[in-house]
Design a protein around this ligand. Structure first.
Ligand code: ZN
Ligand code: ZN
Length: 254
């Protein structure tokens, strides 16, 4: 059985747990060591029980806690060469490199990486599978490519970025340079892009749809909900949003 949970999601820190059998992967760690331990325990997952840490890209909200957690609990870290060289703290217990066009296996979990347009050195996102069910994760992407659309077809679960509402960003407090960075091709997904991408996917087997990485300044949960629900053509109460403080509890794929 494949299951997943979020330690928290947003510009102040990200971490996602993916588990199959005895294999438990933490995807990204943008929290301090103490905060990570606390959030892992909240999900009934002592840090000692982790198998590995995977990193999508070097931005602090995804990578700031990786080095410390790896050293403290002797955990191997998987990441692209570009991400490795762009990270400040790379004293990992063990390092494994990801080729973004090549699937890999970490014990019971199949991991299929794919590159995304984002303003980092060599960012990627992932589809995880236990051989039967597939979970796709897409955050920190400014646009979607044909490969992304292909990778996310016929998933059983999808965690999808809904970073901002275009109008709120335009009217909001960010300086012009930051506004254009966020909204650019290498920035983040807005609600409309998430909705548009969903319409291009075969969602007939989807059991869970989770909105991720919502901006606290430039979005409202109600807007993200509405966009996801329109894109997936489903009931609003079927969709969950992972927030910064609480993330989401375990979701199982049957
Ligand atoms: Zn991020
Ligand atoms: Zn980022």
């Amino acid at each position: 059985m494949l299951r997943f949970a979020s330690l928290g999601s947003g510009s102040k820190g990200n971490g996602t747990l993916i588990e199959s059998g005895n294999t438990r992967i933490l995807l990204d760690c943008g929290f301090s060591l103490g905060e990570t331990e606390l959030r892992l325990h909240r999900l009934g997952c002592p840090p000692q029980s982790l198998t590995a840490i995977l990193v999508t890209h070097e931005h602090g909200d995804h990578a700031s806690g990786v080095g410390r957690l790896s050293r403290r609990y002797n955990l191997p870290v998987w990441l692209t060469v570009g991400t490795y060289h762009a990270m400040r703290d790379t004293r990992f217990a063990q390092t494994h490199y990801i080729n973004v066009h090549q699937e890999l296996a970490i014990n019971d979990l199949h991991v299929a990486p794919f590159p995304v347009p984002h303003d980092a050195r060599e960012p990627c996102q992932f589809v995880f599978s236990d051989g039967a069910r597939r979970l796709g994760i897409l955050t920190d992407t400014g646009s979607y490519t044909p490969l992304i659309v292909q990778m996310l077809q016929r998933l059983d679960a999808l965690m999808l970025e809904c970073n901002y509402d275009a109008q709120m960003l335009a009217d909001g407090p960010y300086p012009p340079s930051l506004k254009s960075r966020v909204a650019g091709r290498y920035g983040h997904f807005d609600n409309r892009q998430s909705s548009e991408l969903l319409r291009q996917l075969d969602l007939s087997g989807l059991q869970h749809l989770i909105g991720m990485h919502l901006s606290e300044n430039n979005n409202l949960p109600a807007y993200a909900h509405k966009a996801l629900c329109a894109g997936a053509d489903c009931e609003q109460n079927w969709i969950q949003l992972a927030d910064q403080q609480d993330g989401i509890g375990w979701c199982e794929l049957c």
